[in-house]
Ligand binder design. Structure first.
Ligand SMILES: [Zn+2]
Length: 192
């Protein structure tokens, strides 16, 4: 029985690196994988999953309008796939996570989704909330705060380094940077 997996983390935990390594392990054994990532700038078509340590792979992109079940089924029609990998899974809609669950159940293909759990305001992304509800198995990709504790939160900083506490959940093309912190230091940074 195939399963739906959710590997969650905060920013800069290296989840894309973990994803690409896991996909590589299949391919090394002669098995095919199917890689998908979010078209966060709105452009569909060919995309890449890139890790901060310099490796990258081709991936198909999905927009909020895409039927990801149909995308997976169409890929399976072209040849067998040992595993589907999805990066930026926080950007999936609730309906798309259900489509992934149907792919797992009805097409019998394992789906490994990798994504951020919470945004800079400490709120669940819709895709992550639905994955937390529906996934068969969950695993945390861990990273640490500057104090050495596990980082579970992220702050959005402006050019001057000040934490931003308001704004859209998804910000594209700005000058903001993101820093992962433990909850205590996140609360200090946002003035709680
Ligand atoms: Zn800390």
């Amino acid at each position: 029985m195939a399963k739906l997996y959710f590997n969650y983390s905060t920013m800069n935990a290296g989840k894309s690196t973990v994803l690409l390594q896991a996909s590589h392990n299949y391919r090394e054994r002669g098995m095919q994988t199917y890689l998908m990532t979010a078209a966060i700038d709105g452009r569909a078509g060919a995309g890449r999953i890139a890790s901060r340590i310099g490796i990258s792979e081709h991936a198909d992109t999905f927009t909020p309008e895409d039927d990801v079940f149909a995308m997976i089924r169409s890929r399976l029609d072209k040849g067998s796939v040992a595993c589907v990998f999805i990066d930026e899974a926080q950007f999936l809609s609730e309906a798309q996570v259900w489509q992934l669950a149907r792919a797992v159940d009805d097409l019998d293909v394992p789906v490994l989704a990798y994504g951020l759990r919470v945004d800079f305001q400490g709120k669940l992304f819709p895709g992550s909330a639905t994955l937390l509800a529906l996934a068969d198995e969950m695993r945390e990709v861990r990273t640490i705060c500057e104090c050495g504790r596990k980082a579970t939160m992220v702050i959005r900083r402006d050019e001057t380094g000040k934490a931003i506490t308001e704004g859209a959940q998804v910000q594209i093309g700005g000058n903001e940077t993101y820093v992962s912190l433990c909850r205590k230091h996140w609360r200090e940074a946002v003035g709680d």
